[in-house]
Write a protein that binds this ligand. Structure first.
Ligand code: NCD
Length: 308
C-alpha cells in the first residue's frame, strides 16, 4: 500500500509496488476519465527551489486531472526561503496546508530531510545531483509501454553521468530487473559516481564504460541521452568544453538497431539534433506524456484515492 508513503528514492518502492503503479498508469492512459474526480478536495503543494517545466507541470496537471488542487511556488525567490527560512520550517508549515508535497531542491539529501519534518507525504522531484525518482517512474513506464517489459535489455546512458540525477535513479532501479546490461557513455570528467557504479557491481549487474557513442550505439535497446548539467559545474570554462561532447545525429542513428528507443528526460540543449525528432525511434516527447500518467497513478495511490 502506497497510501501515506514518502518517495525519496526509487528503492523506497518494491518491484510489486512499481508494477502496480505502471498498471494503474496504463489504465489511466487507456481511459482518461478513470479516477477523474478521485482526489476532489485534496491539495498538492509543489515547492520548486530549482527550475522545472515537465516535472512541475506534469504533477500539477496530474493533480488537476484527478480533481484536486495545487498550491506552491515555482522559484524560491517568492517564498520565505529568500528571507533565510530553513527548509525544515518551510516544510513544517506547508504540511499544515497540503495533503502531499512535491519538492525539488538543489541540495542532495533535501528531500529526505523534508520527509523527516513533514506531516504529509513528500515526493522528491529532484535533490541536487542525487536522485529523481518520479523521472524514473516516467522512464520505466515508457520503456515498458514501448518494449512490452522491463527486463532483458541493454541500455546506454550518455552525457553527464556525474551530475545527472535521472541517470542515477534509473541505473539503480533498472538493475533490479533481470537481464539488464548498462553501458555508461561519458567523457572521463563526467563519469557515473562510484556510489552508483559500485552498487551495480555489488549486484553483479553487467556494466561497462565507453567514451564514444559511435562505438556502442549498435549494441543498445535503449539510448538515454542527457544534457550537461551546467548549474552543477564549478566553472563555466569546463561546461563550455564539455557541453557539445555528444550530439546524436541522423548519421549516428544509422548504426543503431531498428527497434532502438531514444529517451531523454528533457530539457534538451544541443545533445540531440532536431533532425532526429522525426525518427520513429525518438520517444522523448511520448516519455513526457507518460510522466503525467504515472504521476496521476502515484498521487492517487499516495493520497489513498485508490489502493495500490
Ligand atoms: C531533469 C532534471 O531536472 O533532473 N529534468 C526533468 O525533470 N525532466 C533533467 C535535466 O534537467 O537535465
Amino acid at each position: 500500500m502506497l497510501k501515506g508513503r514518502h518517495l525519496i528514492e526509487p528503492g523506497d518502492f518494491t518491484l510489486e509496488e512499481l508494477e502496480g503503479l505502471f498498471s494503474l498508469a496504463e489504465r489511466i492512459e487507456g481511459d482518461e476519465s478513470y479516477l477523474r474526480d478521485s482526489c476532489r478536495g485534496r491539495l498538492l503543494a509543489t515547492l520548486f527551489f530549482e527550475p522545472s517545466t515537465r516535472t512541475r507541470l506534469s504533477f500539477e496537471a496530474a493533480m488537476l486531472r484527478l480533481g484536486g488542487s495545487c498550491l506552491g511556488f515555482a522559484e524560491p525567490g517568492s517564498s520565505s526561503a529568500a528571507k533565510g527560512e530553513s527548509l525544515a520550517d518551510t516544510i513544517r508549515t506547508v504540511s499544515c496546508y497540503a495533503d502531499a508535497i512535491v519538492m525539488r531542491n538543489p541540495k542532495e539529501g533535501a528531500a529526505l530531510l523534508a520527509s523527516r519534518f513533514s506531516a504529509v507525504p513528500v515526493i522528491n522531484a529532484g535533490d541536487g545531483g542525487h536522485h529523481h525518482p518520479t523521472q524514473t517512474l516516467t522512464d520505466l513506464l515508457t520503456i515498458r509501454r514501448l518494449r512490452g517489459g522491463l527486463g532483458n535489455l541493454t541500455i546506454g546512458f550518455c552525457g553527464d553521468l556525474k551530475f545527472g540525477r535521472t541517470v542515477h535513479s534509473l541505473a539503480k532501479t533498472l538493475a533490479r530487473y533481470t537481464e539488464v546490461r548498462e553501458i555508461f557513455i561519458s567523457p572521463p570528467e563526467l563519469k557515473v559516481p562510484g556510489y552508483i557504479r559500485g552498487g551495480l557491481e555489488k549486484g553483479m549487474i553487467p556494466c561497462r564504460e565507453a567514451e564514444r557513442l559511435e562505438d556502442v550505439i549498435g549494441d543498445l535497446d535503449v539510448l538515454y541521452m542527457t544534457r550537461v548539467q551546467r548549474e552543477r559545474f564549478f566553472n563555466e570554462e569546463d561546461y563550455i568544453r564539455l557541453k557539445d561532447f555528444y550530439i546524436l545525429t541522423r548519421e549516428k542513428m544509422e548504426n543503431a538497431r531498428p527497434d532502438l528507443i531514444v529517451l531523454h528526460p528533457l530539457p534538451r540543449v544541443n545533445e540531440i539534433a532536431l533532425e532526429v525528432d522525426s525518427d520513429p525511434r525518438a520517444a522523448y516527447f511520448k516519455q513526457a506524456k507518460y510522466g503525467m500518467y504515472v504521476r496521476m497513478a502515484l498521487l492517487a495511490s499516495i493520497l489513498g484515492a485508490v489502493s495500490c
